[in-house]
Design a protein around this ligand. Structure first.
Ligand SMILES: Nc1nc2c(ncn2[C@@H]2O[C@H](COP(=O)(O)OP(=O)(O)OP(=O)(O)O)[C@@H](O)[C@H]2O)c(=O)[nH]1
Ligand SMILES: [Mg+2]
Length: 432
């Protein structure tokens, strides 16, 4: 969906409020990537440090003046706010600035609109867009005439923007019914899968982490993969043979993102919920991105929001090839080689590169160990401070014996060997 001619690209000024709670600069950088993905270009950035966003205009009046000057200076086509704006905020900003004002949600919806390929995906995007516009209609009256085309206005449906509330409402309920029909169909498929006893692994992760590349690598599935955010909107499921010969189903899912609009979480619930019915979650993390820890938190939070908890997770530290390359460069230049910190929530981890194929065998092995009988018996005295690991052992294997002694908790259990290795290594570490 990239524009073919540079001069045709729509250009925007990005604005944000930095309340100190969130890393605003990083979030705006991501907004710029989103804009690039949508085929637009960043003409400038204005971030205002404030205790809270201005109640009526998002930014304070002095900052708005600054944005206005920047718009004139750069000849930008519009402004995009890094948070979801209320209808009145949007209107007030447009009145003050004299150009189109969009928000993060509209931008993400726009990308989704361009990316949806299956019927279900298209319906879900249209539903999310209409719901979003519905809430806007109350504050803006019926003037949507400015939405003549371009970023923030695209929709997969053939219907042009209806300005009539009632017609939108009717369309929403029709779409809802269709999405529900498809969700029911998906449910039946899931039950059939379940009956067949074939294990399902849901590949989840932050957008651009390498989920589709991993699935491609696993199965030559031919899933669209590119260096754009949200390349995948529709789940794709592929059969893959595990090392010992058992067949498993791997499902690619839509990428998570910081501030994923709730309209989208709702509309895409049935797609996102693929993870809820999986036997194992494969969490793909792009460890070449310095913010990977934060992104990993977003993934865990989104999973919890969707009610996906208590499932065994195999964490794939992906793009490890880039980490190794960086380490080599650092070493050659005499710089300090940064060690990769561990994600405290990750219980089973593999380092891999979906691109080169390195670590993929280990990943499949780890999945197999979690699923199957490939578990090893071991004994260990856990320090009391690490009593939480009992939970982990139960999740991934069987706890055979648990006894409180003076030195700690004596544990006899059967778990995947990778987990045993970690438990033993960390216990030795904590004992001195
Ligand atoms: N160097 C390197 N690049 C990778 C690796 N895995 C994926 N990539 C690249 O990262 C980009 C994103 O990969 P995708 O597989 O599309 O990511 P995704 O998680 O499916 O992204 P969305 O579907 O957009 O959420 C592509 O350009 C891939 O070629 C890896 O292990 N090493
Ligand atoms: Mg993908």
């Amino acid at each position: 969906m990239s524009q073919n001619m540079n001069e045709n690209k729509e250009r925007f000024i990005l604005i944000a409020v930095d309340t100190g709670n969130d890393d605003a600069a990083r979030s705006v950088k991501e907004l710029a990537e989103l804009l690039d993905t949508a085929g637009g270009e960043t003409a400038g950035t204005v971030i205002q440090a404030r205790d809270a966003r201005h109640p009526g205009t998002y930014l304070g009046s002095g900052k708005i003046q600054e944005v206005k000057e920047l718009v004139e200076e750069t000849g930008a086509d519009g402004v995009i706010a890094d948070d979801e704006l209320s209808p009145s905020e949007m209107k007030n900003l447009e009145d003050a600035l004299g150009v189109t004002v969009l928000d993060r949600t509209m931008l993400i919806l726009d990308i989704f609109a361009g990316r949806a390929t299956t019927r279900e995906g298209k319906l879900q995007v249209e539903l999310a867009q209409l719901r979003y516009r519905m809430t806007r209609l109350s504050g803006r009256g019926t003037e949507f005439s400015r939405l003549g085309g371009g970023i923030g206005t695209r929709g997969p449906g053939e219907s042009k923007l209806e300005t009539d509330r009632r017609r939108i409402r009717t369309r929403i309920s029709t779409l809802k019914r269709e999405v529900e029909d498809l969700a029911r169909h998906r449910d039946v498929t899931r039950q059939e899968r379940k009956k067949s006893g074939v294990p399902v692994i849901a590949i989840v992760g932050y957008t651009n982490a390498g989920k589709s590349t991993l699935l491609n690598r696993l199965s030559d599935a031919g899933v669209l993969s590119e260096d754009k955010l949200f390349a995948t909107l529709d789940p794709t499921t592929r059969q893959v043979k595990l090392p010992a010969g058992e067949t498993a189903l791997f499902t690619d899912t839509v990428g998570f993102i910081h501030k994923l609009p709730h309209h989208l979480v709702d509309a895409f619930r049935s797609t996102l919920e693929e993870a809820k019915y999986a036997d194992v979650i494969a969490h793909v993390v792009d460890v070449s991105d310095p913010s990977w820890g934060l992104y990993s938190d977003v993934v865990y939070r989104t999973l919890a929001e969707l009610g996906v908890t208590g499932k065994p997770v195999v964490t794939v530290y992906n793009k490890y090839d880039l980490v190794e390359k960086e380490a080599k460069t650092a070493e050659a230049e005499g710089r300090e080689v940064r060690m990769l910190p561990k994600d405290p929530k990750a219980e089973l981890t593999v380092r891999a590169s979906a691109l080169t194929g390195e670590g993929i065998e280990a990943f499949l092995k780890a999945v197999e160990d979690v699923l199957g009988e490939n578990k090893v018996l071991f004994e260990l005295v856990l320090p009391f401070s690490r009593a939480g690991e009992i939970q982990t052992i139960r999740k991934y294997g069987q706890l055979i014996q648990e006894e409180y002694t003076e030195e700690g908790i004596f544990v006899r259990a059967k778990v995947p060997s990778r987990l045993r290795d970690r438990l033993i290594a960390e216990t030795e570490g904590s004992n001195g």
